[in-house]
Design a protein around this ligand. Structure first.
Ligand code: ZN
Length: 66
């Protein structure tokens, strides 16, 4: 089954808290990824790079200031 990915806009250079749609795990990823990111709990792909930004199959919870 193909996951639906949506592009995140205006995320800049930030760390993003993404909620996995599959298991509900909240994971922090960088906005400028160069390869796909998988959920550390269930292993589903939660983000992939798309040009200048990223696309996620999960939900953006917040931008994280470190
Ligand atoms: Zn998960």
């Amino acid at each position: 089954m193909e996951e639906e990915f949506k592009k995140l806009r205006n995320v800049g250079n930030n760390f993003l808290k993404i909620k996995c749609k599959n298991c509900g795990n909240e994971q922090i990823i960088y906005s400028k990824i160069s390869s796909t990111v998988t959920c550390s709990i269930c292993g589903s792909v939660i983000a992939k790079p798309t040009g200048a930004t990223l696309a996620t199959s999960g939900e953006l919870i917040e931008k994280v200031k470190l």
